[in-house]
Design a protein around this ligand. Structure first.
Ligand code: SF4
Length: 370
């Protein structure tokens, strides 16, 4: 079977070329063709010796996951669906903004962490994506986005915020991150590549050593009691450990702050007291807060906080000295908004039973959960 060269970062591609009796500079040439120029056809790699091209045609391939769909939202957001086999698909979302274009990349088919408010968690865990399937999303998106402007780089930022917990797929994630940063591949700066985690503390430390890029943490609750229910991994790595890991990470991070993501759930985590508890929680962690309006999905059991509640919540954080942004909802006409990546899925998780135990202050759960 042909070896998929999308699985290799520079170091492993060089090692593979050495096994084939080829020099390191050949690996660099091929890396550049594949990732910098988006070329998947060895015959088109014009500065390779003909004998090498012929050899590669028989033993290697550039094989991204096939594209199942490509939808454009009215606001310019574009959602790609890639087929990763056995009935599994992953989504990749491109978000164009003034002066930058961000690609939101998936790391797993499904997710085992089962956060209560997340549609991906609802479909349960299928499998880790390979490095080829992770970097292949960027490779494919680059090609599809620049069809009308060949050579133009429209993706300036990558966020590992799609389906899955990236740090639970560490060994396949790291080579993909290294390719994103490699000048012979995508050449993105560490500040423009963000890994978003729900808080797997040992893996945060490993990331700091292996490939320190910008870090976002899905916080979503100011206390262990509530976070245990919304983000179950908190039972294993509670908030005090998570805050300490964030402080350690900042020693290596390319930015001097951690981004905390906080989904706004009506009556669940959005009170004045919650905002004040957050200020206390992060008092020793230089950070920014990104408040995310919850995007309801079928039978989620949650509602988004009101605009007035979000404004008040943000105001308390701002008065407390934090930098706060409220994410604009993008692409919701194509289900590409945050928390909608899984689309409509079967609930294979245990969350329905657990949802009944979540304290809800001002609305009834009855009739909302399946
Ligand atoms: S929020 Fe992230 S970690 Fe939690 S279930 Fe969804 S994809 Fe997994």
């Amino acid at each position: 079977m042909a070896v998929n060269l999308l699985d290799f970062d520079a170091e492993s591609l060089t090692a593979w070329f050495a096994q084939q009796g080829e020099k390191p500079f050949r690996a660099r040439q091929v890396l550049r063709w594949i990732h910098r120029f988006g070329e998947g056809d060895f015959n088109a790699m014009s500065d390779l010796a003909r004998s090498l091209r012929e050899k590669l045609l028989t033993i290697a391939a550039v094989s991204p996951a096939p594209t199942l769909s490509d939808k454009l939202s009215a606001d310019g957001t574009r959602k790609f669906l890639f087929d990763v086999g056995n009935g599994n698909a992953v989504e990749t979302v491109f978000i164009p903004e003034e002066g930058r274009g961000t690609l939101c990349v998936s790391s797993q088919a499904g997710c085992a962490l089962d956060c209560t408010f997340c549609s991906t968690g609802r479909q349960g865990f299928n499998r880790n994506l390979t490095t080829a399937e992770i970097i292949g999303q960027l490779w494919q998106a680059n090609r599809l986005l620049s069809i009308n402007a060949p050579g133009e780089r429209v993706i300036s930022n990558v966020v590992m915020m799609g389906m899955g917990e990236p740090l639970a797929n560490f060994d396949h994630l790291i080579p993909a991150l290294r390719l994103m940063l490699d000048d012979n591949a995508y050449g993105l700066s560490r500040r423009r590549v963000t890994v978003s985690t729900s808080g797997i503390v040992p893996a945060i430390d490993r990331l700091a050593e292996a490939c320190p890029v910008a870090l976002a943490v899905s916080l979503h609750a100011p206390t262990d009691g509530l976070r245990d229910r919304l983000v179950p991994i908190n039972r294993k790595y509670p908030l005090a450990e998570l805050m300490a890991a964030c402080q350690r990470y900042l020693v290596h991070a390319p930015r001097d702050f951690i981004t905390f993501e906080y989904v706004m759930l009506d009556g669940v985590n959005d009170s004045d007291a919650d905002a004040r508890a957050l200020l206390h929680l992060v008092r020793d962690v230089p950070c920014k807060f990104n408040l995310i309006p919850f995007n309801p999905f079928p039978a989620s059991g949650f509602r988004c906080s009101t605009a007035e509640r979000m404004r008040r919540f943000a105001a308390i954080l701002l008065e407390g000295g934090l930098v706060v942004t409220t994410r604009k909802t993008r692409g919701d006409d194509i289900d590409a908004a945050c928390g909608q990546l899984a689309g409509q899925v079967l609930d294979r998780s245990r969350r329905v039973q657990r949802a009944a135990t979540i304290p809800v202050r001002n609305f009834s759960m009855s009739g909302t959960a399946a």
